[in-house]
Write a protein that binds this ligand. Sequence first.
Ligand code: PCP
Length: 404
Amino acid sequence: MPGRIFYVATEEEIKSGKATDIYFVRTKRILEAKGLSGVRVVAEVTPSKFPERWPWGVLCGVEEVAKLFEGLPVNIYSMPEGTVFFTRDYRGLRVPVLFIEGPYGEFCVYETPMLGLLCQATGVATKAARVKKAAGDCLVVSFGTRRMHPALAPTIDRAAFIGGLDAVSNIVGAEAVGQKPVGTMPHALIIVMGDQVAAWKAFDEVVEAEVPRVALVDTYYDEKIEAIMAAEALGERLFAVRLDTPGSRRGDFAEIIREVRWELDIRGYKHVKIFLSGGLDEYSIPKFKAAGAEAFGVGTSISNAPVVDFAMDIVEVEGRGPCAKRGKLGGKKQLWRCWDCMLDLVTPFGADKPSCPRCGREMEAMLKPLVKEGRIVAELPNPSEIRQYVLKQLEKVELEFPTS
Ligand code: PCP
């Protein structure tokens, strides 16, 4: 790609529909040749089964999908960004999260970029939500952009923040969520300065006062020893000690955390929190939290989260009505939710509003107008507002399927 430094598609290429699979371009040409590109269809997006036996997902990427289709002669109805969704409704019917209606020839090349926007961001946001649910009120910071192509840093951190994480470490990632980047110190600072205490003090001397002082305490000596050294060096100014213990030394990491907590407390450093990083996820965090850790830096498990496998299928064709392929349900649909029961019902679009089959209460239509004739009509909330919407829903769902 002459003139290009990094192998990423440009905004123009994505917006023009060039970042797509060739068979869509050929389909477009064939429909044009046969005078069928104006045929109006309804195409819906549905998830197949979640990775890692996740019981629910957090829909993410909707704002970018709206911008991708802005200007095209289509209407889009979508769940709001950040909505917790399931793959099946109360009766086991596949759940649509979004549908597009319009002349297929005008939007067929956008299937690839649209699915890419939803599949990856929803995977990251869902993993982040699971990690935040496991960590509860503890601070969780996104440390994962170093595991992905830097061009994706804003996408990764936006999805991680929307999923519920409290902060992100990447500077452009922080810009994408309208927050200040949060970070501690790397081993490199201590290694270059050649002395832990000198490095901690230099950080305290040079870095703006409002930045919490988090001392990394696993570079050369045992975490317990370095934690005491850091507390003695910075005293009241020390916010936390970070343990990023290499795998070869982790052994019983929860036991190490308990030891550090004890040694700090008996010396009067109860204010010093324990911040963990390195190989963390929703399965390891609860036991480390119980051992005394109060803050977590999570990278790979979130930024490298499995994608959510969404598919787009035509379910209705102008003049022919419902006509889905095998395995999918025909016709335009609405998805109704009872927020008290977190229960969903799929009905044909335009059907009367159902009552919740479990509690009888009124249900809410979840597929809402996003784009009308190419114009974005939905209020697009900012990442913090979407995050609050997610955190509220996380109170209503569990991390795992009920065992019995
Ligand atoms: C890593 C760095 C990352 C952490 C671990 C994320 O430590 O701090 O942010 O880990 P994860 O991807 O396993 O969740 P190092 O590689 O030791 O780097 P540094 O010295 O820069 O902190």
